[in-house]
Design a binder for this molecule. Sequence first.
Ligand code: ADP
Length: 269
Amino acid sequence: MNSAPTGEPQAAGSRDTSTAPIARARGLVKTYGAGETAVQALAGIDVDLGRGQLTAIMGPSGSGKSTLMHCLAGLDRPTAGSIEVDGEEVGQMNERQLTKLRRTRLGFIFQAFNLVPTLTAAENITLPLDIARKPVDRAHFDAVIDAVGLRDRLSHKPGELSGGQQQRVACARALVSRPAVVFADEPTGNLDSTSAAEVLGFLRRSVDELGQSVVMVTHDPTAASYAHRVLFLADGRLVAELADPTPATVLETLGAITARTRESAPAAL
Ligand code: ADP
């Protein structure tokens, strides 16, 4: 399950979907603006993200984490390079195709829960399926609800739930449609450490027990330590990675990267 993807391209029709990476970027460049004010947020990223893995993306502020995630999730368009998600070329899609991809194949978890306040937890969880007019798989719904421990909170509205419970609703909402991959953008940024641990534990279990693929942007070494693999960005480049991280190894790697960035660009600080 957790073996590293080979990264080898395979002929169409012979793709082994059980081991092919869930997302792949090649030569990914993103430049914002033009001329003298242009900012190169991504400076050429080549990466394969493992299927059935929790991958964390870390790096100093402004290193390109959000841009990478947004490009992978079809929320932003790359300036150059290719992106494949679950075997589909995302970079070539038009807006309609991107919207369909996001609705039907991807799940999202944001720092600010983004729940609808007038709907119950259960209604929030099934909302994306209802919008897509897809039936709710009750057995999977039950498995997800039990995994996040929300069974006795289903009729509550977000205002009646704690921050941690609201984020667990958001996790369940992202998972209930069995998306190819869940993108989580600082999912624990608004949570206390106990609630953060619950949400992270759940995200990891969704990978280990439900076979979900999850990509998470975080600046928190403890959060990153729940991942199978951590990718480190600096100045729009992939500069390091760790397998089976601990908070200490993540912190150490982050420290080395920050020191190197300072050495190479003292004027920028
Ligand atoms: P991170 O998530 O690691 O903090 P970002 O991906 O948000 O980094 O940003 C990378 C770089 O791109 C930063 O220099 C940032 O200022 C710039 N950037 C991000 N989004 C935009 C945008 N919409 N317009 C202009 N510059 C942007």
